[in-house]
Design a binder for this molecule. Sequence first.
Ligand SMILES: Nc1ncnc2c1ncn2[C@@H]1O[C@H](COP(=O)(O)OP(=O)(O)OP(=O)(O)O)[C@@H](O)[C@H]1O
Length: 636
Amino acid sequence: MSAAAGKEVYNFQAEITRLLHLLAHSLYESKEVALRELVSNASDALDKMRFVALTDASQRDGATLEIEIRRNEEGGELIIADNGVGMTHDEMIANLGTIAKSGSLEFLKGLTGDEKKDVSLIGQFGVGFYASFMIADKVRVRSRSYREKAGHEWVSDGSGSFSIEPVEAMERGTQVILHLKESAKELLDEHRLKRILKDYSGFVSHPIKMADAQINDVKPIWVEPRSQLTAEQYTGFYQHLTHRTNEEPMWHLHVSADTPIQFHALLYCPPSSIERMGLGRSEHGLQLCTKRVLVQRECRQLLPDYLRFLHGIVDSEDLPLNISRESLQDNTVFRKIGQVLLRKIFDKLETIAEEQPEEFLKFWQQFGPLMKEGIASDFEHRDRIIKLMRFASSRNDDPRQPTTLADYVERMPEDQKQIYYASGFTLDVVRNNPNLEVFKQRGLEVLYLLDPIDEFLVATMMNYNDKPFVSIDAANVELPGDEPKPADEPKADGEEPSKPAKPEGNFGKVLTLFEEILGERVKEVRESKRLTDSPCCLVNPEGGVSSHLEKLMKMANQEFPSMPRIFEVNPKAKLIERLTSLVGNPENETFIKECGRQLFDNCLILDGTPPDPHAMVDRVRTLMEEAAAGRSSIIQ
Ligand SMILES: Nc1ncnc2c1ncn2[C@@H]1O[C@H](COP(=O)(O)OP(=O)(O)OP(=O)(O)O)[C@@H](O)[C@H]1O
């Protein structure tokens, strides 16, 4: 220490000199980080003052605790002033000359090296103040503690030492006066400065003023008690957060916890999913604050990826300011907050589902596809997501009145061993699937899987409540044996033989002719036990994927192999009866075969798979020619 007329000069602690060197050489310059650190220090000083005033009546002067940002364009200076607790002479030396926090040294060691490192880590180690040397070639800190009558001025150019001297007549608080480097002069631009301040400190709970105007007009409503907030305030804040000025959130969740971890969270669900509208993947909309200072936008790690559609703010005093993205996952407080929030989100969704089913349906239509991702990725909450799942079903054919899996199982006849589903791209395709006939006839409910992800999901889930999921076009469908059955229904145990012998007689001959013409396109042609009206349908051999799933797989990978299906023919259908009667005459064989081909193509069309159009058009024309030839031209 050296002194001249009350001016003392000190050398920085060795680590600080090293840090200052690093700031100049090894870190990416970030004007935003430097400003954020200074504003958050000012905000902390105001928080402390608020506490002092609360506990000590003599310290209450009625003045508003606030931060003021002043620009001195001529002098090239930017000033961040606050009327917080201030610092005494000794505090200035200790706080602005040494590194007190443990771990800082390791941090500094980690930063040495040739590559430039992320400067946003800096505040984590209690050295945020020094970031001001990234934007300033000289920093003056004038401060008067609430405990003292006189103030002091600390000055440094960041080159290894600082001076400190008394200043008379100073208001309580601190002014950080930055003499900006040439490269940081843009901060004197009012608009640029305002934007940075608004971005990072829009939610600081103290007023931030520039030229007497308050720039952070947003009240931190998440720290207020729920009972004191109006619906308008909640909506207004949503609009502020999302910049969607005309939009109302679908629902919000306001959580305040004190023990074991203190945090406030205000989460919003938007009214619609941008992903569903095909507008790309939504970014995580959570903002992380500590003590109301924004430390991270688009915080990805707090909630699982499938909840990326939520917007909101999470604020905890127990989190270190400026925690880096990398170290978040290792932070116990952070992980605990995530767990509590997740539990609350599911509680909220379950309550909406229970008490406002229509509202819930709106939610599920928009965000169900995203939530379902969690079934495969979030084992811990899988069951809660499954509980929320909704499916249209054959019970009413109405996707607006879907069912839960629990309700479906509840309605199942006692001896129904499987959960039946039909999948397709639209309700019409699914509803017109000929395989549905037998289920409808027997009053067995079938779930409609209309979302492309659904069939993958049931494949992952395998079963629900010990009941396996089975596609209605699968060979291993088992129907309850105790239902009243037509004479030619499957055996009592519901099992169908894997390759039944062709029936005797002309119908068997029809099946053989069909098999001859369809060749490798089918695995087998056999009599159907499941059709009632339609002449034929396609069935998936046991162990094969459903036709819908095959289509989805092909969309993702064109190489995905097509699997020949079983072609089932209904002997009671009018057309098949007629074809059976034509078998006796060998001249009809070609015609029967062509009918078989066309019937097969019809099934493909119903299934949503377009057959070869040229072959089909030619065939239909030939068949119409034959039909026309058989008609009489005489009017009867
Ligand atoms: N405007 C201010 N008013 C009063 N004290 C201040 C002010 N700015 C800084 N200080 C003091 O200087 C100390 C060092 O500040 P610095 O930004 O380097 O680290 P920190 O604020 O302790 O850590 P962090 O950035 O992680 O919060 C602060 O802890 C505080 O005691």
